[in-house]
Design a protein around this ligand. Structure first.
Ligand SMILES: *Cc1c(COP(=O)(O)O)cnc(C)c1O
Length: 397
């Protein structure tokens, strides 16, 4: 084949062509170039508990996990995941057949979709959604069917009729995320019950991304979908050490489900990374067994950060949606006389010295997300104080 005939066809396949480069790369580069404070990407700027870092060092030194760990994950971590689900939610999982360790939640999502979908299957996802969902559905040959969360009384809510109407004979799977990135919504018992009833009635699988399970605020409560009637046997639940313990670089995640569903996910996972993060798996096993005080202090610390950023954004003139969970605050920029989140975020580093993410990137119906902009508050207090001061100076008059 000559090079000219090869160049007639672009190298990137059609399944992925629509996705381009993630917005986080563009915005983080902008932050570096302008010296702006990066409240775009959701990673903490301080590491998790010192004793857990030390546990990783110990595992490395003791030669635990330096060679390929077992495919399903090290037994210590699988046991710790099962104990955590039991202790927090009363859910019982067999560590040998019902727990699978993955390279972060990202691989868990990919492997679940690749392992469970046939080409042409429809997947209902709550829009706006985490950016890897659409790409993984596409890689699995599925068709995504977004159901839009709509602003309602200072938060984004699910329209249950819209959800029911989205189910067709081709629907295979509901892809749920609670606490929800980017809106900060925590689905209520009523909303989750409706999702569960629909899943049972239409015999759907559910994949639920619960990576922010420990970051719920005020009176909100995280209710795992798998605890609802009829759900244990049809739900693949995903968790991650990145968000729960502030070690996003370790890439340790997990899946809990039935032996049949875990086995389907593992069938795909074994050909993605096969295994990952050996020594870190031992450290995360210790993290999951930390006393309740760790989780309470973590939550209180993040709550204070949320409040600091929310009041700064509000003073600057943004409309601030209530964040019941996650690392993120979604704002509406229309009170500032703006309506295009993309243009706003591209100009924000020069204008205010802060980087944020336009929520429209998380939508198929881009117009539905146009005026919304997401800020991350998982940063040191002094960084948030500096950022809010910059925003007030740039916008408040
Ligand atoms: C961060 C995030 C993930 C990815 O988690 P990793 O463990 O870092 O792969 C998945 N889902 C949501 C909603 C997230 O915010």
């Amino acid at each position: 084949m000559t090079s000219s005939s090869r160049s007639a066809r672009p190298p990137l396949n059609r399944r992925l062509a629509e996705f381009g480069t993630t917005i986080f790369a563009e915005m983080s580069a902008l932050a570096v170039r302008t010296g702006a404070i990066n409240l775009g990407q959701g990673f903490p700027d301080t590491d998790g508990p010192e004793e857990i870092r030390e546990a990783a060092v110990r595992a490395l030194r003791d030669g635990r996990g330096n060679q390929y760990p077992p495919g399903p994950g090290v037994p210590e971590l699988r046991t710790a995941v099962a104990a955590h689900q039991q202790r927090r939610y009363g859910l019982t999982y067999d560590p040998d057949t019902e727990v699978l360790v993955t390279a972060g939640a990202t691989e868990a999502i990919a492997a679940a979709l690749l392992g469970l979908l046939e080409p042409g299957d429809e997947v209902i996802a709550l829009e706006p959604y985490y950016d890897s969902y659409a790409a993984c559905i596409a890689m699995a040959g599925g068709t995504r069917v977004p159901v839009t969360l709509r602003p309602h009384e200072q938060s984004f809510r699910l329209d249950l009729d819209e959800l029911r109407d989205a189910v067709t004979d081709r629907t295979r799977l509901l892809l749920v995320n609670t606490p929800h990135n980017p809106t900060g919504t925590v689905l209520t018992r009523e909303e989750l019950t409706a999702i569960a009833e629909l899943a049972v009635e239409r015999d759907l699988l559910v994949v639920t991304d619960e990576v922010y399970e420990h970051l719920v605020f005020d009176e909100a409560e995280h209710l795992p979908l798998a605890t609802l009637p009829g759900m244990r046997e049809r739900t693949v639940t995903i968790g991650s050490a990145g968000k729960s313990f502030s070690f996003t670089g370790w890439k340790v995640g997990w899946v809990t489900s039935t032996p049949e569903l875990v086995s389907a996910v593992r069938s795909a996972k074994q050909f993605l990374t096969y295994v990952a993060s050996g020594p870190f798996q031992y450290a995360v096993a210790e993290a999951l067994a930390l006393p309740d005080t760790y989780f309470e202090e973590f939550r209180a610390d993040m709550l204070a950060k949320r409040d600091l950023l929310a009041s700064g954004l509000s003073d600057a003139g943004f409309e601030v949606f209530r964040t019941a969970g996650t690392y993120f605050i979604t704002t509406d920029i229309r009170p500032l006389g703006e309506s295009d989140g993309f243009a706003f975020c591209r100009a924000l580093p020069e204008r205010a010295g802060v980087v944020a993410i336009p929520n429209a990137v998380f939508y198929d119906h881009r117009e539905a997300g146009a005026p919304f902009v997401r800020f991350a508050f998982c940063k040191r207090t002094e960084v948030l104080a500096d950022a809010t001061q910059r925003l007030r100076k740039a916008f408040a008059h």
